[in-house]
Design a binder for this molecule. Sequence first.
Ligand code: H2U
Ligand code: ZN
Length: 344
Amino acid sequence: MNFNRPHRRFNPLNGQWVLVSPHRAQRPWQGQVEKTAEANLPAYDPTCYLCQGNRRNQGADNPKYTGPYVFDNDFPALLPPEPEEQPTGHPLFRAEPETGVCRVVCFSPRHDLTLPEMALEDVGAVIRTWSAQTAELGARPEIGYVQVFENKGAVMGCSNPHPHSQIWATGQVPNEPALEAVQQAAYHQRTGGCLLCDVTAEERARGERVVAQNEHFTAFVPFWAVWPFEVLVTANAHVTRLPQLSAEQVRGLADVFRQVTIRYDNLFEVSFPYSMGFHQEPVDGQAYPGWHFHAHFYPPLLRSATVRKFMVGFEMLGMPQRDLTAETAAQRLREVSGVHYKQR
Ligand code: H2U
Ligand code: ZN
């Protein structure tokens, strides 16, 4: 098969296909261009809702925190359960109550330091915080799933430049992890093995889509990537949730996260926007055979700091499509420097 001609690739993790049109990568662009983020932020901003010692939007005061800082979102999308609520009855208009907890995790007091600019130990502290939150929220009987994620950059809808992530813990398993659960369980049933253990071993052996790796984690542009520089980070060993990671694995994950995000920033010499999140095994008490802990990075930028990919037209109505192949994207990420451009 000729990968230089239009073809479809299958995503075995969510069961969806992506259309790849490599011959189209050089098409001209006269559409929207994005603004690039402010290059130089202060270490402390007295007007920032997330900086230490400042008052937040709804009146709560941040303490003078020194490491990662967690607080309950002042505008939560989910609320604690109301016992008497019932699903609506009509089969054409189904609705169910949803319950949960929303939190914000500031990476550090530094208003100006994103993950790729932080020291390895400090990224490790952020991962341990996500892990402790997963354990705490996951132990609650009303919580079925814990989603840890970061929206980075104004183009991703991030509302505040102070580096932070969010946690939404929900009663039900959301759509994306629910699809992955079905696919991983089906693979497990069919082969007796684990889908992402097998994919990780295959990618490590082939190397052409690998962006960063160490003893514990592997980052690669998946064969079925939809977003131009999408990256999947998988644990080399079979683990299912953050709290299971050993101290060494946390260090390995911090290292791979730094390697990936440094290369992202170096690609267009701009603070690279993305949505990133972990897919951890749900905590609703059901069995999830073949579930493998991983993180997705979905960055929107395509050919420069100002031209993004839009998921519109055929993609909204048909299926996702990409121009650049996964192999080319991985090669470009490997070719840029492993040292952050601001720290050279
Ligand atoms: P983004 O990661 O999309 O920027 O969202 C930041 C979150 O921080 C958002 O969910 C919350 C918003 O509700 N927030 C507070 O809880 N308190 C504030 O004072 C500002 C922002
Ligand atoms: Zn700040």
